[in-house]
Design a protein around this ligand. Sequence first.
Ligand code: COA
Length: 344
Amino acid sequence: MILKDNNITIRKMEDDLEHYSLIYKWLNNPQVLEYCYCEEENTRWTYEKVKEYFSRKLINPGRYIVPCIIEYNNKPVGFLQYYVLTEKDKQYYKIDEIINVYGMDIFIGETEYWNKGLGTEVFTLVIAQLFNVNKAKKIVIDPEAWNERAIKCYEKSGFRKIKILKEAERHKGINRDCWLMEITREEFLNNNISIRKATSNDINQLVELRWQHEYEEEKECFITSKDEFVRECTKFLKDGLDKNQWVYWIAEKNKEIIANIYVKKIRKVPKPQKLFSEIGYVTNVYTKAQYRNKGIGSKLLGVVKEWARENELELLFLWPSEKSESFYNREGFVKDNEIIEYEV
Ligand SMILES: CC(C)(COP(=O)(O)OP(=O)(O)OC[C@H]1O[C@@H](n2cnc3c(N)ncnc32)[C@H](O)[C@@H]1OP(=O)(O)O)[C@@H](O)C(=O)NCCC(=O)NCCS
């Protein structure tokens, strides 16, 4: 398996009857052939032709191509492939980058799944994988210019139109114009970052991030196994949400949590002058390494400060690390009313 996220699984295509039969079934659906894999009006796919054509992708000497089956709720629904562009591809697209430029193709073979956001979800997932894990510099795709749904789906996933490739693909007996579309690493890292409070659905990712955070800074002091940590931290985070004591703020990109800031609301002892007041203890401020120095931490902290104002918290306080002190100073955190500590 290559990827899994909620309902979607992307599985590497196997050289076996099951996967060839699926593709054979999909490429014998005239609705699918309306859009792809139909060079001539009378193109027909026999099982042998499917096997011959797709097994080449699996062997692909000299070309790194990964053909995959898309599953939705464990049901195979479509085909996807990604590959590193060859020199010839790059010359054709007029792309200068030297390494790690990827191309992608997709079709959903079970047509009742079209127009339901599945293509966008799958693309979003695979793009994140190619940039984060495969370290892609750029990803390109070249849908036929008349295929407005595909273009819309790719735009929703972050691709931009670059230029028309004249009569680049033969479909149903006509050489059709295609759009070269691309998304760069910088665009991927900077686009579509949303900030929100975490819910119980985010706890698994938050626990993983907490582990990464501590691993980066203190791994030589670890005294528990990861399993034990995951159990305890999951319980802690869930409890904090259930009792409404903690707010876990997250920056999210394409469903991946890339930064977090936790705030514990602490109620102060009632005073005759003010019965209810709270302060906020800020902790676990962390941005994944590849997203640092892009203003994401400031953006997240900005939202936390705004939320604190709206909720009339009297102040936010934290213990900064030496490295982060200047960051907090820039964000308006000052040494004032200094806490005096007793180390137990
Ligand atoms: C292309 C494909 C992968 C997209 O997947 P999908 O799950 O259908 O796409 P999504 O639902 O995520 O997005 C499609 C968007 O296009 C919109 N759309 C549909 N038909 C459209 C049209 N004729 N013009 C403009 N937009 C259209 C949809 O409304 C949707 O946008 P919205 O979410 O803003 O409403 C899938 O439709 C498919 O496999 N088609 C057949 C094969 C194919 O064309 N492959 C691509 C070859 S490059």
